[in-house]
Design a binder for this molecule. Structure first.
Ligand code: PBG
Ligand code: ZN
Length: 329
């Protein structure tokens, strides 16, 4: 039997025509990656004497305050958008250490602010790195006390704003924390400091490598009582709406890869800048597979970052930021 050439049908489209060369494909590409939209997570460790590699996050390290400027300079040279700072304190307590003006994050902020002016400096706000029990809120009688946590988060946010943070980013998932932080910042004369809320943050298995890096694994139970159920997309919209109403300047979906539908829905529904966090487990999984020769790290990383941008993220927090900026050169 003979088959009529497909071009005989008027509706037929020969898609291959525009895929015939790298130049053609590049000219019609819909989503372009831009390192200035990437934020690099950085761990500042008050106890580290030297730059200490993190086994679970290949290529990443815990930085002593005294050398924080070096990683900031690298990020600025790669023309990244900014840094997201996490702190490991000298000593963990009930969480108050998060607001210590001499703690690792304020100290690093002051040093970087003075030496590397071209980066957006974002300070993560949470208690889990600072508590002996590893939970993100105050624990009372074995349970998280949401409302008792708010003043501690607010104090930490003010301490980071005092030290020069452009943006504070609460990752704790306590209800009402954005309003509490906004009020405290305004009271302290920081009306210009922005809030990036981890608005739709899911109770994810993909945070494992981070918890090793930041020593914030909960010592009992899990975070399912305050972080979101991975199954809930509509509830994510409600979380985002609540945080915008409380004064969030930007909102985040976290993790990124398994939640691209949430990201796309948030993009369609809200007009505030939207961030995605490609978390530690997403990064570590790609590295582990690449180490076994099962995937090409560079192509897989660029593809994952492209998917996040295509889904609608304006800003992407990613452990690939430095190397991916290099790949795009
Ligand atoms: C803690 C926090 C976590 C991450 C950012 N802030 C871990 C958690 O909630 O347990 C995860 C980041 C990552 O996995 O890269 N508030
Ligand atoms: Zn936390």
């Amino acid at each position: 039997m003979t088959i009529a050439p497909p071009s005989a049908r008027s509706s037929f489209r020969r898609f291959h025509r525009l895929r015939r060369s790298a130049a053609l494909r590049g000219s019609i590409r819909e989503t372009r990656l831009d390192p200035s939209s990437w934020i690099l997570p950085v761990f500042i460790d008050a106890r580290a004497r030297d730059v200490t590699p993190i086994a679970s996050l290949p290529g990443h390290a815990r930085w002593p305050v005294s050398r924080a400027i070096e990683i900031a300079q690298r990020a600025a040279a790669a023309r990244l958008g900014g840094l997201l700072l996490f702190g490991l304190p000298d000593e963990k307590d009930d969480g108050r250490a998060a607001a210590d003006p001499l703690g690792p994050v304020p100290a690093a902020l002051r040093a970087i602010r003075a030496a590397v002016p071209d980066l957006a400096l974002i300070a993560d706000v949470c208690l889990c790195e600072y508590t002996t029990h590893g939970h993100c809120g105050v624990v009372r009688d074995g349970a998280i006390d949401n409302d008792a946590t708010l003043p501690l988060l607010a104090d930490a946010a003010v301490a980071y704003a005092d030290a020069g943070a452009d943006v504070v980013a609460p990752s704790d998932m306590m209800d009402g924390r954005v309003a509490a932080i906004r009020a405290a910042l305004d009271d302290a004369g920081h009306a210009e400091t922005a809030i990036l809320s981890y608005a739709a943050k899911f109770a994810s298995a993909f945070y494992g490598p981070f918890r090793e890096a930041a020593e914030c694994t909960p010592q009992f139970g899990d975070r399912a009582g305050y972080q979101m159920d991975p199954a809930n997309g509509r509830e994510a919209m409600a979380e985002i709406a609540a945080d915008i109403a409380e004064g969030a300047d930007m909102v985040m979906v976290k993790p990124a890869g398994p939640y691209l539908d949430v990201l796309a829905a948030a993009r369609a529904r809200y007009d505030v800048p939207l961030a995605a966090y490609q978390v530690s487990g997403e990064y570590a999984a790609l590295h582990a597979a690449a180490d076994r020769g099962w995937i090409d790290l560079r192509r897989a990383a660029v593809e994952s970052l492209t998917g996040i941008a295509r889904a609608g993220a304006d800003v992407t927090i990613t452990y690939f930021a430095l190397e991916a900026a290099e790949w795009l050169r």
